[in-house]
Ligand binder design. Sequence first.
Ligand code: ADP
Ligand code: ZN
Length: 850
Amino acid sequence: MKNVARDAVASAQHCAQVAVVGRGGAPSSLTYAVPEALAARVVPGSAVTIPLGPRRVIGIVLGPAGDELPAKLRPILDLVPDSQVPEELLRLATWAARYYQVPLQSFLRAILPPSVRSSHRRQVRPIAGDGGTTIPPPTALEARILARLPESGLGLEQLVAELGRGAAAAVRRLAADGRVVVEDVAVARRAEPTWLRARPACPETPGDLGRARRQAEVYAFVAARRPHAVSRAELEERFPGSARLLARLVERGLCDEIRPDDAAAVEPAGERELTAAQSAALAPIVAALGSFATFLLFGVTGSGKTEVYLRAASAARAAGAGVLVLVPEIALTHQLVGETYRRFAATGGVAVLHSGLGEAERSRTWRDVASGRTPVVIGARSAVFAPLPRLGLVVVDEEHDAAYKQEESPRYNARDLAVMRGKLAGCRVVLASATPALESYQAARSGRYRLLELAERANAAPLPAVQIIDLRARRVDPEPRPRAPTTPLVLPAGGASDSGARIGRAPDPFPLSPTLEAAIADTYRAGEQTLLFLNRRGYARFIQCAACGHVESCPNCSVSLTVHRARAAAVCHHCGYARRPTSRCPSCDTVLDARSFGTEQVEAAVRALLPAARVARLDRDSSGRAGFLGRTIHAWRAGELDVLVGTQMIAKGHDVPGVTLIGVILADASLNFPDFRAAERTFQLIAQVAGRAGRGAKPGRVLVQTYQPEHPSLLAASRHDFASFAERELAARAELHYPPFGRLSRILLEGEEPWLSERAGALAAGLRRAATASAPREPAGGFVQLLGPAPAPIEKLRGRHRIQLLVKTDDHRTMSRWLAAARAIATPRPASRERGTVRTIIDVDPVSML
Ligand code: ADP
Ligand code: ZN
């Protein structure tokens, strides 16, 4: 018997099943021996270092090992510090892996950030020997290592440097024999989060800051809060990438750094009386905090849903529990983040999880949360896996938002996982929205969720009047209107001979109807703000030859190219392909026309209409620039902009009192999507955008331009009538077995022809055979409907052809069986030659149907 660990653990109690959280290829879980020294601390959910072949990797303990022990048993090397995954989170991952038909590892990887998974520095520490005789005598090198090691341990790199390359292998042997442990040591210890407070003696805007504009901006923000302090996290949130600026402000003596425990420095949350409706909504949430129930907090825009769930959060904190708040997109939630900081700074603080965090930062935040040091977490969808140890409340704000759906593997919906997490943790779940997803609304109607309604705005202001503008009359007008933007569609081109090449005439039709134009001008003259919304980026939507109908399209995807004037390029919005636009049709040499419009053109039209107005545009093209998003929103909120044009980025959560006019440039953009949720999306968009208007003392006004003015969803939205919209839409869904009445999954096959069509056909045939042969036995039983195979709405994407199959069932269990069957059929046999040419993607509860 060579292996001491093996000896010490004759029984299965001292062995653990450990899931390997590595790259693909590793087995999903293995049995390891638990060394005596760790026995008390190794529990399900513990992150541990384990040997795997010649490597050391991180794994998560799933539970005690089964009865069958492998012949060769290796020991767990150590626990990763501050990295306990709550057991309920482990159960969530297990559940999700089954539900979404992916390996457990995919979800474990989502739980443990890469920086926690990989070791920063390996520290070798001796284990006091028990002098047992089973230990083989050390080799000469091993003996030198043991002699060299101080009790506190030594870096592996240093050992290798001192004793030669053989040292690494010797350390591994020693570790396997349980004589040393190799630990991961985080290189940087956690720095206490600090807050910044402006010095009282300073004038509001010191003259020498004048030139450093951003510094002055940050300083003004901090000074405005005096005598209170502002957390670094909030500043980072508000002014991305400002760490250096903050250091400068401290160096120059303009601000002081404050410890967060200096609670007096932190601005107390303004206590306001709840409205009667808010109190009524809060009561059932906090009545039995420590038990599971899901609430749908359905309140019109501006009804004060935030206040309700933050009060519930305070109650959870008071009970010593943690709080998880999910938001669709963290960059758009300054107000919420700031407010949350103010409320919870004094009691442990708030962790903000977002994709902008560096790996080291993410790892540190993760450990702070896992250890219970930071009990409140705000984050986007992946934060549903935040390792809060004692969860007491889960909030999903804007729960209808499509951003909760992850569109890459593992394809999960964070809203649905949030509910399941609350169930496993035994706590309250609050889903908040002014326009609930029909899935959630139906769950509330059927009693599965509890419906809490806030029917009026917190300040009793009326919802804005919505007017629908019929664009159809304008369509027949063949001539560009005289008021079209004076700037021609000129694209600076490369060659000298080609310079000044233009793509045909100005695009038609012009994005602003006379009614909307007049309203924008009036609003501007009244000194009020206008928000213009269009869910299409770029200048012109496509480029078409008026003579032969040819449309310029992406060589990799079956979609048209969008003209971006600022970049002087024709761009594919799916794969990013971009090229200089050609001015003449490649097939008939006629001058090409840029057609239909995007946000860039709306911006140009507004500038042409009101040359003196302060206009900005927010979409993915403009917000990429560092700090642009934060600065623009700040300026917008401060009333320093007259008109803001943007995509759905601007439809969410900006509570600006000066906004009195909202224009929806083209409601049809979302209405005509090839998607069973198109009507729902359109209703949501209009209701949400409209919710941005009239937040202040003055009433707001909303103009919706459309070619389908009689569409029931638009009419319902114009009356702020969610109930009747839902009634109609739910009836239509029920008839077609669409969610929420049936389960839907999409099986997407991508690859090259002819193998793609062959495989799709074989998959469909296989499933149909199974359906007829086995019904009502396995794998079917229950209603199932297979649609397809058919080309996906985007038939070609990034050079790969795409075919889809839709599976509809009545319940999820049936769906699981069908998807498992599909997976079995779709997995290529190892010997098959076509292997790898076709990729099968299973999307459970799909959101994007493209
Ligand atoms: P929602 O999230 O429902 O759209 P918000 O939470 O943003 O609404 O609240 C809308 C506005 O009403 C905010 O300006 C908020 O400060 C204010 N508000 C919320 N609750 C109250 C209250 N009880 N009394 C006064 N104002 C309130
Ligand atoms: Zn493309």
